[in-house]
Write a protein that binds this ligand. Structure first.
Ligand code: BG6
Length: 497
């Protein structure tokens, strides 16, 4: 299925995402022998550099982001040999024609075989601001660089609200068919996230228990310990809701909650995820006030800076933390709360999904000492990848029955003696192969925006009324109000573990 001839064109090639994720991912795939011989990587950016300069920028990035043991010299040379760079000012038509010249012909050798022009799969990866997605696609079309074998990849967030995401999707859709558009959500490429589908649907054990009948509630936590770093310019306009919830957290929720598709194929999984997004109970103003917590980190005693200082805007109301109590209004999930939370500069970097089951229907050990607590399945997304099932057991001993919690632990690292590829490795190869299963379809993105819109509107009104996000000190687990969100329901968050 891999094409024989390919061009991978990265717009924003000297940016953070390209250097930290995309090029290292292509390096790994190349090292494994997965890139065809005729596969060029063309970096496009505003940076004034040439092929040699770009190769040295990428060589430095690989040295920084690929573990030394995996950085073998021959593979580095091969990848660097694929690289070209074009300095492009998006407003300058001559630059676009230079790009067309570069891709189509002479400079790099005409790509035609004995039977005429070769079918070159061209991937255009837009690692730039979403406002440029439409204009870049239009330009590519005008200079004749869009063919049925072309694909475009868009990074999230697509737009900043429903209306702007529609505009972008319309503009890109005028040039590319939906089947050529790959909206990336890199969480879907994580091994542990793909494994969620396998855990649910390739085993018989869980599915009969997977509903409101046996499940009490679900928690989805994506905690980060880093702050915004030098991405403040982007982040301060986005905030945690647009940066993480609208995409990554809702996609995780979809995979936990969706119905079994007939098979894992092009549209089936996306069809089922869409149904979950459409079944999310809409949040009215009163719901947002009650069920959504927005926080922003402030400095800690340990010298961690406050968010507002990091972005240099003392009045910023951008949220770096969100917790939400959500519900899915369908037969399987009615009445089961899904608690979502994500934040920056928290105490640890942990992503996990906790499925808490109901207490046994009948307490058979009324006088037993201790207690095991309800069963819980912890799906460990990162950094540790695996699963932990919390059960109750009898503590050994002659003096009566004492109940104790025990856990069955599955660590993927221990179970599989092989390197777990980074999310982007899988996803970039899926684009090259033309497999959209793990990408967001337009209707999914729009359903997700529809659901988060009342939150954005509520916050806009709150800002106008002088409200601010709740402060939490850097290095903690977030605002106390997030604990109250569960406390109100008689529940507590599981620690990040
Ligand atoms: C990105 C967000 O999509 O995901 C970042 O823009 C965030 O703000 C990152 O840090 C988290 O990804 P991961 O793979 O490190 O969990």
């Amino acid at each position: 299925e891999l094409p024989q001839h390919g061009d991978f064109v990265v717009f924003g090639a000297t940016g953070d995402l390209a250097l930290r994720k995309l090029l290292p991912a292509l390096f790994h795939r190349d090292r494994e022998g997965q890139l065809p011989d005729d596969f060029r990587i063309v970096g496009v950016s505003r940076t004034e550099t040439d092929d040699a300069g770009f190769r040295s920028i990428v060589a430095d990035a690989l040295a920084e982001h690929v573990p030394a043991a995996e950085l073998d010299a021959a593979a580095v040379r091969r990848l660097l040999g694929r690289l070209h760079h074009l300095t492009l000012d998006a407003h300058d038509p001559t630059d676009w024609h230079r790009l067309a010249g570069l891709l189509k012909d002479d400079e790099l050798g005409v790509r035609s075989g004995p039977d005429g022009p070769l079918d070159v799969v061209r991937v255009y990866y837009l690692a730039v601001a979403p406002s440029l997605f439409g204009p870049i696609c239009r330009q590519l079309d005008e200079i004749g660089l869009v063919t049925p074998s072309s694909r475009v990849v868009m990074e999230k967030p697509i737009g900043h609200d429903l209306a702007s995401s529609r505009q972008i999707n319309d503009a890109v859709g005028e040039v590319f068919a939906e089947s050529q558009i790959f909206r990336i959500d890199h969480y879907l490429g994580k091994e542990s996230v793909q494994n969620l589908l396998v855990t649910r649907f390739a085993n018989t054990l869980l599915e009969p228990l997977w509903s409101s009948r046996w499940i009490d509630h679900v928690e989805i936590t994506v905690a980060e310990s880093l702050g915004v770093g030098d991405r403040g310019g982007y982040y301060d306009h986005a905030g945690a809701l647009r940066d993480m919830v609208q995409n990554h957290l809702l996609q995780l929720l979809c995979l936990v909650a969706m119905e079994p598709p007939t098979y894992v194929g092009r549209e089936n999984v996306r069809d089922e995820k869409l149904k979950v997004l459409q079944a999310l109970r809409p949040l009215g103003p009163a719901d947002v006030a009650r069920d959504v917590v927005r926080g922003q980190y402030v400095g800690s005693g340990d010298g961690d800076p406050a968010y507002a200082d990091e972005v240099g805007r003392p009045d910023t109301t951008t949220e770096t933390y969100v917790a939400i109590r959500a519900e899915i209004s369908n037969w399987r999930w009615a009445g089961v709360p899904f608690y979502l939370r994500t934040g920056k500069r928290l105490s640890d970097r942990v992503s996990q999904i906790v499925v808490q089951f109901k207490e046994p229907p009948h307490a058979m050990f009324p006088n037993a000492e201790g207690g095991g607590g309800p069963n819980r399945l912890h799906i460990l997304v990162q950094p540790e990848e695996g699963m932990r099932l919390h059960l109750t057991a009898k503590e050994p001993g002659p003096g009566g029955i004492r109940l104790r919690p025990v856990s069955l632990d599955l660590s993927y690292a221990a179970a599989f003696d092989q390197r777990s590829p980074e999310a982007y490795e899988r996803l970039l190869m899926d684009v090259v192969r033309g497999n959209p299963t793990l990408f967001m379809r337009r209707d999914e993105v729009e359903a997700a925006w529809t659901w988060v819109t009342p939150i954005l509107e509520h916050w806009r009104a709150a800002d106008a009324a002088g409200d601010r996000p709740l402060a939490y000190p850097a290095g903690t687990t977030g605002p106390a109000a997030a604990d109250a969100l569960l406390g109100r329901d008689g529940r507590t968050w599981q620690e990040f573990d």
